[in-house]
Ligand binder design. Structure first.
Ligand code: NG6
Ligand code: CA
Length: 498
């Protein structure tokens, strides 16, 4: 080889290796109420979640990743807008007839991808409201996902336990029948319609608290609905319905960049997995719903493999809040829990200011770029907008998100630290800085017996060293007043952001 040729070869090699990997497709798999300890790779029993465990083996597993809130709507608001939900009124758990709480025209995670040339889809649970306040379920369902950046959607409006119990594709209820109009109401019952409260003999799954209103598919829900008989969902086929939609989207878009936001109903109540998953976990319907969720993950991974997309697709799997065992139905979840620890080593769960409220499983797999392993970086879903904007070269979108920081390097395993501070939210705020966690003094009950939640409320301020004490059992507030003060200042600073 001549000297000239070898320099040329070297130059080509250098250019190739220095070039950033082309932006990948992105699939966000967002579980509902799945806890840190519900995943095999995070300590659940072997065999429960083989597909998630595969994802963890092939990807980067985060141990200090957080949903933005300990409930659903606020976490979803933050993941899509990059704004802490507690900054804005009206971002708490929404009824099924709530209006859309993300302003159309605003920059969202979806517009970031769409404006970067991706085809974008939302499949599964929405729970961010629909319409502008006077929605007719028999007409055009908008504004909704399509008005905030998604090119297409197939969703349920709110939760599995809230009416309306129908699917919406783009702007229309699926299987809508003009001869049987849908009526939805929160507040007063609809005359002539059976309810869980008045007609418990019609139920195949009984509530333990709440959930005694409209009866749909033999299950009483929150809120009232009438009509739409042909459009009503069946709980047992919900997971495969959403999975089929997600798989169809991947296949249709395999030749162009895509962003899929797949928000499953599993493992939220009511837990009524398909018969083929029933009894599979040995932990009752909650465990079986975890097995069903894992199946969904497996179908996504299999599709990416079969379509030759796996290498160039970044898959991120996480959950919207921590786990709850009894969330309002008598489904044997408590009785059959055995030694399983849904929140893993953490205290509290859904609704809690303890770590179990927001510390969630979080795995990133991108074979072309991300080396498998484990990261202890402090990361939050509130950063998705900025982080993915950086990934797809839309840095201009970052300033529009009040709280989102670009932590792409942490996401890719190149930065072991992530955020300096992070605000946790559940009926009040808590703050993290490194290993430290501060929960300000607050009134309110310390324990909610209905859901068996340790809320984290205490008349005294709490300070924990999570390295030494991940279970938040030793309050060090009196031992480290200076650390307490500095975290208090961090919290005040975050609150006062313009
Ligand atoms: C609560 C519901 C609970 C669940 C939760 C929202 C009752 C008694 N409890 O109000 O079952 O639906 O709201 O869950 O109604 S989330 O994951 O969507 O935030
Ligand atoms: Ca949830």
């Amino acid at each position: 080889m001549t000297r000239h040729a070898s320099i040329l070869t070297l130059a080509i090699l250098l250019t190739t290796s220095a070039a950033p990997a082309a932006p990948p497709n992105v699939v966000v798999i967002y579980a509902d109420d799945l806890g840190y300890g519900d995943v095999g790779a995070y300590g659940a029993k072997a065999g429960l979640t083989p597909n998630l465990d595969r994802l963890a083996r092939e990807g980067l597993k985060f141990t200090d990743a957080h949903a933005s809130s300990a409930t659903c709507t606020p976490s979803r608001y933050a993941i899509l807008t990059g704004e802490y939900p507690w900054r804005k009124q009206g971002t708490g758990v929404l009824p099924g007839d709530a209006k859309l709480i993300i302003e159309p025209g605003r920059t969202t995670l979806a517009t970031v991808f769409r404006d970067a040339g991706y085809r974008t889809a939302a499949v599964g649970k929405w729970h961010l409201g629909l319409g502008d306040g006077s929605l007719d379920w028999n007409g055009a369902i908008k504004p909704g996902p399509l008005e905030v950046g998604f090119d297409e959607c197939f969703i349920m409006a709110a939760t599995g336990d809230r009416v309306p119990c129908v699917y919406v594709r783009d702007h229309e209820v699926v299987n809508r029948d003009p001869a049987d109009p849908i009526q939805v109401r929160y507040g007063e019952p609809i005359a002539g319609e059976p309810t869980g409260k008045a007609n418990p003999e019609m139920l195949r799954l009984h509530p333990s608290h709440g959930h005694d209103m409209a009866i749909v598919d033999g299950v009483s829900r929150i809120g009232y609905m009438k009509g739409g008989k042909k459009a009503r969902w069946h709980d047992e086929t919900m997971a495969e319905t959403f999975t089929d939609e997600a798989v169809g989207f991947l296949k249709r878009n395999k030749d162009r960049p895509f962003f899929l936001y797949l928000a499953t109903h599993d493992v939220h109540v009511p837990r009524l997995p398909h018969p083929r998953f029933q009894g599979k976990s040995g932990m009752g319907p909650r465990g079986d719903a975890i097995v069903e969720f894992d199946w969904t993950v497996g179908e996504i991974l299999r599709t990416l493999d079969e379509e030759g997309l796996a290498d160039d697709t970044l898959v991120v799997f996480t959950s919207d809040n921590g786990p709850v065992v009894d969330d309002g139905y008598r489904d044997e979840a408590v009785a059959k829990l055995g030694g399983h620890k849904p929140a893993g080593p953490f205290r509290g769960g859904k609704y809690s200011k303890f770590e179990g409220g927001t510390r969630v499983p979080f795995i990133v797999r991108w074979p072309a770029k991300v080396r498998p392993g484990e990261s202890h970086a402090l990361v939050g879903q509130v950063d998705f907008l900025a982080t993915f904007a950086a990934l797809v070269g839309r840095q201009d979108a970052i300033p529009t998100a009040p709280d989102a920081q670009d932590h792409l390097r942490a996401l890719l395993g190149e930065d072991p630290n992530g955020r300096e501070t992070l605000i946790e939210h559940a009926n009040g705020l808590a703050v993290r800085r490194g290993k430290w966690k501060f929960i300000p003094a607050s009134g309110g009950r310390a324990f909610n017996p209905a859901t068996a939640t340790e809320t984290g409320n205490d008349e005294a301020p709490q300070l924990y060293d999570l390295d030494a004490d991940p279970g938040e059992t030793r309050n060090l507030a009196a031992d480290h007043p200076e650390i307490l003060d500095s975290l208090r200042a961090d919290l005040a600073k975050a609150r006062n952001l313009p």
